[in-house]
Design a protein around this ligand. Structure first.
Ligand code: AG3
Length: 284
């Protein structure tokens, strides 16, 4: 029998291929084309509209960095809003902090249902946690309409094509800012700059007017093709980015945080940006 390969179509003329060793699910949810398949090296892989969203092998890097970096920098988080993240990996990481409540707004119920069934290690029971409230809605409508305020907002979106596009607009950043409690932090997935440089430039332009401190931090997630990924960071408290190694380490130990990628030194180092990004941000 001939081998079947998934070919990612996100970037023009360049990308990655992953062998499909077993198909678990493949269909249209009505909102997007969703597939979940197995690969010997990566475990289970979920794609939406031809783009890798998450794999069992490397999801920990992405989810830990987007969850723990803002929460531990802030140090006194009571409420978190997750936008997107239907696979449940972000919710699992956020709920490692015992003293907080989480609201998650996902546009596509089918992503949650299928991930619970075929990617159970991602949510690891967190959808049933009493500290979590799951809302099926458009993230944009939610931030426009809610009167709740959050200490941390995490945008765990797709790329800015399809349903995720609105989460990269000036309007979204303004509305998310409105939903932050004083001293709160907004973090977002912001693409892989080596192949998606316009995302850094656009986000810098659209997001920085709304925050006293707006920058990016990074991590390399192997199945997000093209090298380091950027995460956008926006807050009115400039000091949060400079939280000391000692304080970060103490806060992590205080909650007994168990991670595989994140630690206090990685947290601090992630804000060190390579020169091509420094210059792109300055020029934006
Ligand atoms: N959301 C981020 C997917 C980004 C993929 N983009 C890319 N390769 N440029 C992932 C959802 C995980 N909870």
């Amino acid at each position: 029998m001939s081998e079947r390969w998934f070919r990612e179509t996100l970037h023009e003329g360049i990308g990655q291929e992953i062998r499909v060793d077993e198909v678990y699910f493949e269909s249209d949810t009505g909102q997007q084309a969703l597939s979940i398949f197995g690969n010997r090296h990566l475990g289970r892989v979920m794609t939406l509209d031809g783009v890798v969203q998450t794999t069992e092998a490397d999801e920990f890097i992405y989810h830990e960095m987007l969850a723990h970096t803002p929460i531990l920098a802030h140090g006194n988080v009571e409420s978190v809003l997750i936008i997107g993240g239907g696979d449940g990996g972000m919710l699992r990481e956020v709920l490692k902090h015992p003293a907080l409540r989480v609201t998650q707004v996902e546009i596509d119920q089918a992503v949650i249902d299928l991930a619970r069934e075929y990617l159970p290690n991602h949510s690891a029971g967190s959808f049933d946690d009493p500290r979590a409230t799951i809302v099926i809605a458009d993230g944009m409508d939610f931030v426009r309409e809610t009167d709740q305020r959050f200490d941390v907002i995490i945008s765990d979106s797709t790329d800015p094509v399809g349903p995720g596009e609105v989460l990269f607009t000036d309007d979204f950043y303004a509305l998310a800012k409105r939903c932050l409690a004083p001293g709160g932090v907004l973090v977002t997935q912001n693409g892989v700059p080596f192949v998606q440089m316009e995302e850094v430039i656009n986000t810098r332009r659209r997001m920085s007017p709304h925050f006293v401190d707006m920058t990016f931090y990074c991590a390399a997630v192997p199945t997000y093709y093209g090298g380091i990924m950027t995460f956008a960071w926006g807050t009115d408290d400039k000091a949060l980015r400079r939280t000391s190694l000692e304080v970060l380490g103490w806060r992590a130990r205080h909650v007994g945080l168990k991670t595989r990628y994140y630690n206090a030194a990685v947290h601090q180092g992630a804000f060190a940006l390579p020169q091509f990004l420094v210059e792109a941000i300055e020029a934006a």
